[in-house]
Design a protein around this ligand. Sequence first.
Ligand code: C2E
Ligand code: MG
Ligand code: MG
Ligand code: MG
Length: 284
Amino acid sequence: AAKAAGKSAYRVCTPELREAAVSRAELIADLRRAVDEGQLHLEFQPIVDLATGAVRSAEALVRWRHPRLGLLSPARFLPLAEETGLIVQIDRWVIHEACRAAATWRDRPTEATVAVNIAAAHLRRPDLIATVTAATAAAGLAPRTLTLELTESALIDGSEAVLERLRQLRELGIRIAIDDFGTGYSSLSYLHRIPATELKIDRSFVARLDLDDDRAYATVEMVTRLANAFDLSVVAEGVETERQHAAVAAIGCLHGQGYRYGRPGGLVQLNSLLGRAESGLTLT
Ligand code: C2E
Ligand code: MG
Ligand code: MG
Ligand code: MG
């Protein structure tokens, strides 16, 4: 172990890593400017009703068009944003922008909702409530139009203050989804305490449905039943293939999200999907 440590200590001095460290610092500096300079934008991915194919909702996913590096995915910059606390500023921008966009959706169906992802650090802030209230009001949206997606890990270290904040958000009508469900270290008892309205089954389980994996099937089935018992609506995430689609529908999941139904895209694409659902065409 000492030898390994010595070796890695030596490696820290290699030119490659020094360069990596510099570009990381640069990336942080760039990220600080990204919001103000309008380099972020949103893509929207439809969430559909599995029975009819109608788009019931869309998830807003942030993208960063970096001046030199090109289009960066969240995996590339959100970890840095979280480390530096810039995530709160980014999430605020996302909430406002997503509400503004949802107000322009073509003939927005009354029940349609827009979902945004909320970082753990943001959930710990009391001003989250003021932010979402201001964003929905500015866009002229009813609070029930907005869903906040929270991961299990963000919820699990949830203090009583966080739970109280979630209850207040629910009282305002804001919807709460538990994202990537099944990947955290949650105990079932915490489901009782979280005032959620929906549960999103992580795509790692959905992916394994293609392999005729009995355990994956049983897991998705169990989570769906559990959600029904808790009166939570269920979304199967990452549905890519016909087989996955057929399996989650047979299990009784009511909603799906994934490349099978539509990739994340711009407002034009989302509007055309909304239009297609209105005209009664299904996605089969
Ligand atoms: P997530 O909230 O679970 O979002 C779903 C991710 O799965 C998206 O990746 C989406 O593009 C991808 N996806 C959807 N359907 C499929 C599919 O059929 N197959 C596969 N392989 N992938 C699919 P994306 O956009 O790269 O986002 C990754 C994660 O970054 C999100 O996971 C979310 O945790 C986080 N994120 C994205 N936007 C924001 C944001 O504005 N704020 C915060 N705090 N986090 C965000
Ligand atoms: Mg999400
Ligand atoms: Mg997810
Ligand atoms: Mg995910």
